[in-house]
Design a protein around this ligand. Structure first.
Ligand SMILES: Cc1cc2nc3c(=O)[nH]c(=O)nc-3n(C[C@H](O)[C@H](O)[C@H](O)COP(=O)(O)OP(=O)(O)OC[C@H]3O[C@@H](n4cnc5c(N)ncnc54)[C@H](O)[C@@H]3O)c2cc1C
Length: 411
């Protein structure tokens, strides 16, 4: 029987192995970790936001990089198909806020367990601790893959699903980039997306661990507004993180240094309404110190440093705050500025941008345009999406399509 080798047992690789076996091929899944789906296990903080229950056009709007490349894959295997597949494997799913889909158990391990059981039923051979080092080429095709233990496995087709370089402890070490480049593929440099932002200012470190809800974060470069959303963010030792910062990182200019951030701490109130509120509060507070009055408006740790951020003395009595000082306070509550120094390193990013150029992959089959029996799926390809279950769905969809194409080409 024709042999398909799937390299990498993450989201894309598991799906590719399942679909290739269901298409009638003899399939071996090679994973260099001691278990499958190590990254899936940590997705969605262990709950696994496995897809988004939206249609293809809505989906593509969440893909800033090469969205049209995914058109065929998403039509071939859609978010609804993924939901149905898991349900069929005894893993019920649930649609939550923002149409994010999770396993009802809220356990990422249930997703991997369901896929593993489907793969076993379909006859996939799973080889763990199998570290692929190189391809053996013959007549410009891949004839076999060589493992680090010196053994070689013959192949009629190979689906490369080794992911990017983010969170390398999960096994995503970028080996696939080297393997693709050795075959002649262009690999665009890996860049971090969905990652925390380092700031020039040091004061966020003093607030490390403080999470703000219902604030608006705006990212601009010069006069150009690049991103603005209401949500949750977190101060860290390096700057900011949390959902808003991660999303903002997808919109960073290149180079990113000098991009500016504004935090609206009170998006429900206008500057004038805030000024009126401060006027009332300060009148009632009398001689009490400003620093001690601000916790009515702000979390205590932020209130403590807020006067200094506005250039005011901490211990200023409220009844001595001038109108212009009050307006400065109100202004800072509406637009607390920070300057981006850089995104955190790609190893800390949720997703790697860059990878194998889509120009050298046929989007209808996901077959290499350079090596006729090589296919790509998942994060190794130069596509990435916002948060919301889209990145995993890219892996499921491309895994499924690459597998069907590979199987059809050899059977
Ligand atoms: C903390 C975190 C949370 C996330 N949460 C979500 C979420 O909730 N929803 C969402 O949609 N996306 C989420 N993502 C992104 C999503 O997990 C990835 O986009 C997706 O898992 C990529 O799947 P993949 O199969 O392409 O690559 P990977 O998951 O990286 O899998 C690649 C596999 O290949 C194996 N491998 C690598 N090299 C070799 C080799 N030489 N030989 C053999 N095997 C090899 C690796 O060990 C690994 O198992 C999250 C990512 C992170 C880091």
């Amino acid at each position: 029987m024709a042999e398909i080798l799937v390299v990498g047992g993450g989201a894309a690789g598991m799906m590719a192995a399942l679909f290739a076996a269901r298409s009638g091929a003899d399939v071996t899944l090679l994973e260099h970790n001691e278990k499958l789906g190590k990254k899936v296990y940590i997705t969605g903080k262990g709950r696994c936001n496995l897809t988004n229950d939206c249609d293809v056009d809505e989906f593509l709007a969440q893909v800033p990089r090469n969205p049209r490349f995914l058109y065929s894959a998403l039509h071939f295997f859609s978010p609804r198909d993924m939901m149905a597949l898991l349900e069929s494997a005894g893993c019920p799913v649930e649609v939550q806020r923002g149409r994010r889909v999770f396993p009802r158990s809220e356990k990422a391990s249930d997703v991997t367990r369901a896929l593993t059981s489907l793969m076993r039923d379909a006859g996939v051979r799973i080889r763990l601790n199998a570290d692929v080092r190189s391809f053996r080429m013959a007549d410009s095709r891949i004839a076999g893959v060589c493992l680090s233990d010196g053994s070689e496995i013959p192949a009629d087709a190979v689906i490369l699903c080794t992911g990017g370089v983010s969170y390398p402890s999960t096994g995503s070490t970028g080996d696939g980039y080297r393997l693709a480049a050795e075959c002649g593929h262009t690999v665009l440099p890996p860049l971090p997306v969905l990652v925390g932002l380092e700031t020039e200012e040091n004061w966020p470190a003093r607030l490390q661990g403080l999470s703000l809800r219902n604030v608006t974060l705006t990212l601009s470069h010069g006069k150009k507004k690049l991103y603005s959303e209401l949500g949750e963010m977190l101060f860290t030792h390096f700057g900011i993180s949390g959902p808003l910062a991660l999303e903002a990182s997808c919109h960073l200019p290149d180079p990113s240094s000098g991009a500016s951030l504004l935090i609206d701490l009170k998006p429900g109130l206008t500057a004038e309404q805030l000024d009126a509120r401060l006027l009332r509060d300060f009148a009632a507070a009398g001689k009490k110190q400003l620093q001690n009055e601000l916790p009515a408006l702000l979390p205590a740790s932020l209130a403590e440093i807020f006067p200094a951020l506005c250039g005011l003395p901490d211990h200023l009595p409220c009844n001595q705050v001038t109108a212009s000082q009050r307006r400065a306070l109100a202004g800072m509550l509406k637009a607390l500025p920070l300057t981006v120094r850089a995104p955190r390193p790609v190893q800390e990013a949720v997703v790697t941008r860059g990878g194998v150029s889509v120009k050298e992959i046929d989007p209808g089959t996901l077959c290499s345009r350079i090596v006729p029996n090589l296919y790509f799926a998942g994060e190794i390809i130069d596509v990435d999406a916002h948060t919301g279950g889209y990145n995993l769905q890219i892996s499921w969809s491309t895994g499924a399509l690459a597998a069907r194409s590979a199987a059809e080409s050899i059977l």
